[in-house]
Design a protein around this ligand. Sequence first.
Ligand code: AP5
Length: 199
Amino acid sequence: MIPAFFFLGPPGSGKGTQSALIQERLNYMHLSSGELLRDAISHGVPAALEVQDQINRGELVSDELIHAMVHDELKHLLDQPPLPSGVIFDGFPRTVRQAEMMDRLVADLPLEFKGMINLIVPESILVERLLQRETDGGKRKDDNEETIRNRLRIWREKTHPLEDYYRDHNCLFDVDGVGDMEEVFSRLLPILRLNAHPA
Ligand code: AP5
């Protein structure tokens, strides 16, 4: 079974940045629901083009669309040897319904749920980081102040409740997400190592 971890932090908390490091240094497979959507849009996939405006406004797309995309991509990637040391999910699940879908997904595939990693960063820093990305090149249409505030509001409403659920089930790892990316990565390592299978 392949260990599977999930990032639960809000927009700008560093889920994508840390996932890339985990992929590169620990040979994990990184699966980002936001990247899947942006790739599908850039390839002109009709189902993704239909929700392009929703994404640009910072709203969540339907649970069914996300589940189908994550499931298909994961199945495709896991069918291709060699298998990774683990899988890190970034941006999924984001609603209670997606959390239920995630349980089924893990049960259907050779994955073992290891926990949710909650990157904790104060909102002022989240906004600062995302605005900075806009200033630095801004290739994401959802990185403008109005949409950033909307993304954070929706995260508080729809995703934040998942924290309590996973904390009550003893599978939430709270991690301080403030500091440079190497510092944050060093806080994640013990969690990933302790909970990974020995090689
Ligand atoms: P998604 O792509 O998942 O975006 P997000 O959650 O809004 O988060 P970001 O990617 O902006 O932030 P992040 O936490 O990954 O931080 P990052 O490492 O990039 O989703 C986009 C949209 O797709 C959603 O709004 C929704 O419409 C749709 N969608 C996706 N999943 C969905 C789902 N499951 N259900 C429904 N809809 C879904 O870092 C951000 C910035 O900070 C970068 O510039 C980075 O360089 C910088 N940074 C990172 N770490 C540090 C650090 N330690 N110090 C200083 N700067 C840092």
